[in-house]
Structures are given as structure tokens and as C-alpha cells.
Unconditional design. Structure first.
Length: 164
């Protein structure tokens, strides 16, 4: 292990939105998770091309996709769960998906539920937000949103990165 150097890979996305807003937009590409996706992150990112309009929601414990996304991508249901919302408790289908955020931030094998969403198709909750640093700043009439995930790794002397 003497030829290994510890390091961090930082993947960040940043959005600057004019005006004041309580909606924090996020564009996310979604694909069906497969066990073989664990081997090569680049191939997962390459296959995850269907992008949807979404929002970050710090008040949501879990991430949600619209039923339209589940139908459009023909996602395979893994189970069901009771989801509690302001409108009550509902039994919803669950899926395991890959989520790719701008700048190729890959969130692999994420469990999401499907629900009726209005005006967007992906809701990124605290299960995603809690994986990294989430910064919201409002200055000079603009909303700045930044999300960063830090991935520890070792770098070999031949510059090949290995996960910790």
C-alpha cells in the first residue's frame, strides 16, 4: 500500500436562478438500476440519458419520481411503501434507479417511490441531499444552489484511482 495516496474526488453542480424562489430546481437523468451497474460508473452515466425536471426538497425524507417517469422508462417495481404526505398516507410503488445530476454526479442504486407530482418529475429529498454539501444562497436578486459530493479514493503511483 506504500504506492497509494489518499484523495478526494469532488463532483459539484451549481445553478444560478434570477429572482427569489422557494422552488430549488434540479435536472436529473434517471435509468433503471441493474446489478451490473456497479462495475463501471462511466457506462452508467452514458446510458442514463433521459433527463427530467425536478426540485430539491429539504422537507422530504425520501426521493420521489413521478408515475410518468416510472411508466416512460418501464421501471421494474421492487416493492411498495406507505408514503406520508401533507395530503395523507398512501401506498406507493418503489423502484431502484440510477440518478445522474449535472456534471455527472452519479447516485447509483437509489430507492425512490413513485407518486403523482405536479409541475416536475423528480423530487430529490434528504436521502440524496444528505449525501453531500447543499448550499442555498440568495444575493443580489439571484438564488445560488450548489450541491457537492465528495468521494474518497486512493490513487496508485500510475494515477489509477481506487475506491476506499
Amino acid at each position: 500500500m506504500s504506492d497509494l495516496t489518499p484523495g478526494l474526488t469532488i463532483n459539484s453542480m451549481r445553478s444560478i436562478i434570477p429572482g427569489r424562489s422557494s422552488n430549488i430546481p434540479a435536472h436529473a437523468a434517471i435509468s433503471q438500476y441493474e446489478k451490473s451497474d456497479e462495475v463501471n460508473a462511466e457506462s452508467v452515466i452514458a446510458k442514463t440519458t433521459t433527463s427530467f425536471h425536478g426540485i430539491f426538497d429539504t422537507g422530504a425524507s425520501c426521493s420521489v419520481i413521478s408515475e410518468r417517469v416510472a411508466d416512460q422508462l418501464a421501471l421494474k417495481k421492487t416493492n411498495t411503501a406507505v408514503v406520508h404526505t401533507a395530503g395523507g398516507a398512501f401506498q406507493q410503488n418503489c423502484y431502484v434507479v440510477n440518478i445522474v445530476l449535472p456534471n455527472n454526479i452519479l447516485l447509483s442504486a437509489r430507492q425512490v417511490t413513485a407518486a403523482k407530482l405536479h409541475n416536475f418529475d423528480v423530487l430529490l429529498g434528504m436521502d440524496v441531499i444528505g449525501l453531500g454539501d447543499f448550499i442555498i444562497s440568495q444575493r443580489h436578486g439571484f438564488l445560488l444552489v450548489e450541491f457537492s459530493i465528495y468521494t474518497p479514493h486512493y490513487t496508485q503511483s500510475n494515477n489509477k484511482k481506487l475506491p476506499l
